[in-house]
Each structure stands twice: as C-alpha cells, then as structure tokens.
Design a protein. Structure first.
Length: 278
C-alpha cells in the first residue's frame, strides 16, 4: 500500500517527504500499518488517545492481528515498526489542528473500534471505518471486526456524523461517497442494527461459528447485490470487508455484553439490536 501511495504522489508531482501530517482514523493495520514509514520521512502522525501507545510499541497490536490472520500477516501487512513518541501526536475529541488555511477537527466516533476518529475540514468529512465500506455502485456496509465492536456506540457515532450536515464524505474503503449523505447514513444505521439483530437471533437458535460463516457470507453477497452491486463487486466487498470477521466480532459482542440475551426464556430478550436502540 505504501508503494502505491508513493506512485500516486509522483503522478501529481509530489514525493513522500512532502507529506508532513498523517491523520489516522484508527490503528487497524489496513489503516495505520504503514504509518511508521511516513514518520521516517518526517511526518507527524495524529491519532486517538487510545491508539497512541500501540503506534509507539506495536507488539500487542501485531499479536492481536496475528491471532486473526496467522501465517498471512507478512503477505497482508508487510513490515511494521514502532513510531518514535516524538512523531506521534494525540488528538482529543473536538480538538482542531490548523495547517495554513486548513483547519482539521477530530471527532471521537467509537463503534468499529474504541480508538476511532473521524475528521472534518471545511465541508468535508473523512469518515474512517465508522462511516462504512462502499464499493462502486454498491451500498454502504458496516465493517464488523473484533475485538471492539459496539453496536450502541456505532449508532450514536452515525447520528453524530449525520448531524454535522456536511456535503462531502470520503471513505477509506473506497473513495468519495455518491448520493445524499443522509441516505448513506440511514442505510448504514439500518444495516448496523439489522446485522446485529440477525446475529443475535441466530445465536439464540444455537448456531455455531462454523454455521454462521457461510450463512453470513451468503447474506452479505445477496444484500449488496440486491442494493446495486454487481457479482464482481460483491466479491470485492468480501475481500475488503471479510465476512468471517463480522461473525467473530458479533459473537464476541453479544456473548460478552449481553449474556442474558441467550438464557432460555429470559424476560430480558429484546427485539432491537441493543437495549437502548431507537
């Protein structure tokens, strides 16, 4: 990925040392795995308070990712090195950074991860993963990943972004969102809660992780195709947002946060994705 960024910079007459400020939405390796390389070229790396320590010492981050990706770590992510503490700057919620005429604001937006920031500048929003994955003409889908999936927080974060009423949304997976942002966020929120409900109901029915993996993969492919994605694009959704990770994340979320939901004949069984859902 770093090499691709360098190639694209060269196309506009720039080079790596020209990148002086790198704003991370969060520290998952597909977003921050190459941050150390920009730091080596002199860039300041901005990050959520909960993410900073893991950039300075990525040992726990790498170990956690290895549990998921195993022997594919090197192929997927390449080399990952610590970033010197002096190159890491923590941004608090609503803190702004002024760079010339540009003012960038960090917004704490948990749900996908508890160390997630979205960023605004002028009338633009860089949504990070909390704003969803969207490929070509397909719909926005929420990347459910372990270990920090939090459905309640995700819905609240979507509402926070929606209320900004900005005009342009940029997604790391992938690019500028088309159409009305209100529609994008409405679809995304519906899917966050709908997926959570689906997993809850299947777990109540004693479905195992082995059962859920092919079931949810089929559900994801069918859903994105029904909402505008071609079969080829549906395969790209699976590559960009692997369905098996959503299964692991949802099982962890429900079993850890709401174990009472799975007690037989429990009076606490809800029909919504979470107790204080809209």
């Amino acid at each position: 990925t770093f090499d691709h960024v360098v190639d694209e910079l060269e196309k506009i007459g720039a080079s790596t040392p020209d990148l002086r400020h790198v704003f991370l939405s969060h520290i998952h390796l597909d977003h921050a795995g190459a941050a150390w390389r920009f730091a080596e070229h002199g860039a300041q790396i901005y990050v959520h308070p909960r993410g900073a320590a893991h950039l300075i010492d990525p040992t726990k981050l790498i170990n956690s990712a290895t549990k998921i990706f195993g022997g594919e770590m090197k192929t997927l992510w390449g080399e990952i090195r610590p970033i010197p503490a002096g190159s890491v700057r923590v941004l608090e919620d609503n803190e702004t950074v002024r760079l010339g005429q540009l003012e960038i604001r960090a917004l704490s937006t948990p749900g996908h991860a508890n160390h997630h920031h979205a960023y605004t500048w002028e009338d633009n929003l860089f949504g990070g993963d909390i704003a969803g994955v969207r490929i070509r003409n397909g719909p926005p889908v929420p990347p459910f990943v372990p270990p920090e999936l939090d459905v309640t927080a995700w819905v609240e974060s979507i509402d926070r972004l929606r209320r900004l009423e900005l005009r342009q949304l940029y997604l790391p997976h992938f690019g500028k969102a088309t159409g009305a942002l209100s529609d994008h966020f409405d679809q995304l929120e519906k899917r966050v809660e709908g997926w959570a409900n689906w997993f809850r109901d299947r777990l109540r029915a004693d479905a195992s992780e082995i059962d859920l993996r092919p079931e949810f993969a089929a559900k994801l492919a069918d859903e994105v195709e029904q909402h505008g994605a071609s079969k080829e694009n549906a395969r790209d959704y699976e590559l960009a947002d692997p369905s098996f990770m959503a299964v692991t994340a949802a099982i962890r979320y429900w079993r850890k946060k709401f174990p009472e939901e799975f007690e037989k004949n429990s009076p606490n069984m809800e029909t919504s994705a979470h107790p204080d859902s809209k």
